[in-house]
Design a protein around this ligand. Sequence first.
Ligand SMILES: [Zn+2]
Length: 323
Amino acid sequence: MKKIFVGIDFGGTNVKIGLFDSDLKLLAKTSVETKADTGPESLIDRIGDATEKLLADNKLDRQAVQAVGMAAAGQFDLTAGIMISSPNMHSFKNVPLRKMLTDRIGKPAVIGNDANIACLGEFACGAGKDVEDMVFFTLGTGIGGGIVTNGTLVNGANDNAAELGHIIIYPDGRVCGCGQHGCAEAYASASSTAKRAAEAITAGAESSLESLLEEKSEITCKDVYEHLEAGDELAKKITDETAKVLALLCIDVLHGTDPQRIVFAGGMIAAGDILLDKIKEYFNKYIWSMKTETVEICFATLGEDAGLIGAAELARRSIVIPA
Ligand SMILES: [Zn+2]
């Protein structure tokens, strides 16, 4: 009988559910609306219903399911299987997600932080599939992180490892959402990159983005990169600072775990080589000269499914499959 692993990516708007075989090949997927205000019980019940329907629709045997993995944004007690808090679902406090999933689906379940799990997905099947040591950054509203060392995802003593966006780059710098000053996230996330551009324009900087800011009252990171490609000087300056901060992050994590590969993910990588080349340029400028580093800096390859695939990999790793 084919073994099946269920991957669940619990987002603020939708919950994606995927069925995978033991080689992590996607067999089928679906999604349900999160509707966070209906509470954890309702959500887990709808996830259970959707998983059963997905199995039935694809003529897959429920008994073939070996384990379930779930990725979600938030803080966790991984040992106890509890979601302590969630930035998207404010009513989700100390929710025993692992037990609820196990009870509802009737199979062992595992949970984890979304950025960590997306890292695991890229490590298993994407940009890190041929290495053993990898560091991962996802650039979105904030900067999420993941670390794989000797093939193992690092959780840390308090399950808070790889909060890489909160590495302090400028101690007296911009205030971060976490309360610290000068975190990488306060400069180089997609949101912070757009915000810095808007602030500069408001402060009087000339830019082709100005009319867009007036029209929409906000600009996105995508806008910044589009104007960069069109030759806007402010967009160039803002991107330069973002790349510099990301390069410093790369150097900091390199000195921590000595990865073979550093992988960037998230919507911001759509900026392409113009961003990647700048990161590499600053990396080479600021890295020590004691020895030549062989780390490769690159972009993720799995796109939005990294979390779903990572959740299935988490499930697969939780089960010892007899040879
Ligand atoms: Zn921070």
